[in-house]
Design a protein around this ligand. Structure first.
Ligand code: GLN
Length: 535
């Protein structure tokens, strides 16, 4: 059986529970302890797949095709091990399971209630990943803020687990905010005291308090927080603002968070921390030799979280190339044929982002044309790849009305079509082509020079595809389809040989980029942009 750490949050949302959880897991991993992280989200959506990115940011997709919260991306980027469907549970999924059981008569005439039926289902899922011996420690991040009505059943379940399991098998880390009042020149502990009191009223007792703060906490304040919140004096931890999230594991190490955890959970078998690879990455990240400008063409650019994995992949690939990647957000709705030169001036590479629906589509197509004609390194992901196909069809092949049936169902040249298996589907949630699929790469292609392999696996999230009726026509005009799904023949990669770097992929390479294994496509795209900048 694994040991369990729960991470709760108080005072306000957006304190970075996911990063704290991922940093703690990283520190344990660096000591030879196997750890995984899961997130329990209090909303009623069965998964975040149906959520607009403006609501909760990017939808992160796992190997097994689960549409999950973006925090799972952080878990994978930090730990370099894949997560799965089991790592993200919502209230909606819990209720769906319990209601399905009720309809099947499994409760034998009992009244089905929040306690014990909903909490039993939550408990089952909270403990699940720790049961097969794969992990020494399971860290569970509880979404939302303590005191929210909707997270109560989760907190109640943590209470039950804290009560049921031996003391050395479970602990609670509570993350709060210590605001600094400029006028009074003082750090204020009262909000933290209140949030710990609220947590204690539900019966959950925190073992560690992690304090987000803009100013250093002195010993007096730490002692005061410890006293009022009833934790050991050494168990109040400062989480100062960091210049990059990748520094947080080191900050937590300095505060001895890992040592506190090892002691509380009575873990005997561990090694000295080895963060060599992590530190090599951090050093490169902090000492870039030059800066390059990459245009990110999308429609959710007001909200950075909508492209989280792409932005993090730039950071990984930038460090690898020893350059700082300055991401210039360009709203695709603002790009027109008349202003494209102005809009994309000074860029060394262009990434056309994934997305859904009609808004900003023509701007994306104009941006692709600009990159193709001006020999600017181009990288299209999912919708971005589809736009590259449409641009080529319209401007090179002369199919002026070519389109995707997603935007124009009546296009005479539907070069991007709906996948056969999608046509019968009417439900929206979890019904796209999701998760990891194999792709076979042709030798002598840009894709092969990037991956150095003919068989790869990448993750997907889409309904539409390259229309193979047009395959020969595209080949004749010079677009190369260098990657296909071996079973279905679906086109996964397109590229243009007479161009320094022009590639579009139907899948999402950003979902597999981690600190220790940056996505090859990003590494090579940044390298091409670096060359462009030097030229
Ligand atoms: N809307 C497109 C499709 O469903 C692209 C999806 C995406 O970019 N993730 O195929």
């Amino acid at each position: 059986m694994a040991k369990y750490i729960f991470v709760t949050g108080g005072v306000t949302s957006s304190l970075g529970k996911g990063i704290i959880a991922a940093s703690l897991a990283k520190l344990l991993q660096a000591r030879g302890i196997t750890a995984t992280i899961q997130k329990f989200d209090p909303y009623i959506n069965v998964d975040p797949g149906t959520l607009n990115p403006y609501e909760h940011g990017e939808c992160y997709v796992t190997e097994d095709g689960a549409e999950t919260d973006l925090d799972l991306g952080h878990y994978e980027r930090f730990l370099n091990i894949p997560t799965s469907q089991a790592n993200n549970v919502t209230t909606g999924r819990i209720y769906q399971t319990v209601i399905n059981k009720e309809r099947a008569g499994e409760f034998l005439g009992k009244t089905v209630q929040v306690v014990p039926h909903i909490t039993d289902e939550i408990k089952h899922r909270m403990l699940l990943l720790g049961k097969d011996g794969k992990y020494d420690v399971v860290i569970t991040e509880i979404g939302g803020t303590v005191g929210d009505i909707e997270s109560l059943p989760f907190v109640e379940t943590v209470r039950q687990i804290q009560w049921e399991l031996p003391e050395e098998d479970v602990m609670v880390v509570h993350l709060t905010l210590i605001p600094y009042l400029k006028a009074a020149k003082e750090l204020k502990t009262k909000p933290t005291q209140h949030s710990v009191r609220m947590l204690s009223e539900t019966g959950v007792h925190p073992d560690v308090i992690v304090c987000r703060t803009e100013e250093p906490l002195n010993d007096d304040i730490k002692r005061k927080i410890a006293l009022f919140c009833n934790v050991k004096p050494g168990a109040v931890i400062e989480a100062a603002d960091a210049s990059t999230i990748y520094e947080v594991p080191l900050l937590m190490q300095k505060e001895k968070l890992d040592e506190i955890v090892l002691k509380k959970l009575n873990i005997q078998n561990y090694s000295a921390p080895d963060l060599t690879k992590w530190n090599v990455f951090l050093t490169k990240l902090k000492n870039p030799k030059s800066t390059i400008n990459i245009g990110l063409i999308g429609k959710y650019i007001e909200l950075q979280d909508a492209y989280k994995s792409i932005l993090e992949s730039f950071i990984h690939a930038g460090a690898m190339n020893e350059v700082k990647v300055n991401v210039v957000n360009v709203h695709s709705e603002n790009i027109t044929a008349a202003n494209v030169n102005e809009q994309l001036k000074g860029l060394h590479g262009l990434l056309v982002a994934p997305g859904f629906g009609n808004r900003g589509i023509e701007g994306k197509i104009i941006a692709v044309q600009y990159a193709r004609e001006n020999k600017l390194p181009f990288f299209g992901i999912c919708l971005g790849m589809q736009m590259a196909v449409i641009e080529f069809a319209r401007n090179v092949m002369g199919l002026v009305q070519a389109h995707s049936v997603e935007m124009d169902p009546n296009s005479p040249d539907p070069v991007i079509n709906m996948m056969e298996e999608q046509k019968r589907i009417t439900m929206m949630g979890g019904t796209m082509r999701l998760g990891s699929y194999p792709c076979t790469i042709t030798k002598d292609s840009l894709a092969y020079s990037i991956y150095g392999a003919t068989e790869i696996n990448e993750r997907h999230r889409h309904r539409y595809e390259f229309n193979n009726d047009y395959l020969t026509a595209f080949h004749e005009k010079g677009m190369v389809t260098s990657g296909v799904n071996p079973a279905s023949g679906l086109v996964e990669i397109v590229e243009l040989p007479n161009h320094p770097f022009f590639i579009g992929v139907q899948y999402h390479p950003e979902l597999k980029s981690t600190v220790e294994a940056p996505a090859p496509l990003f590494v090579h795209f940044i390298a091409a942009a670096k060359k462009q900048a030097q030229a």
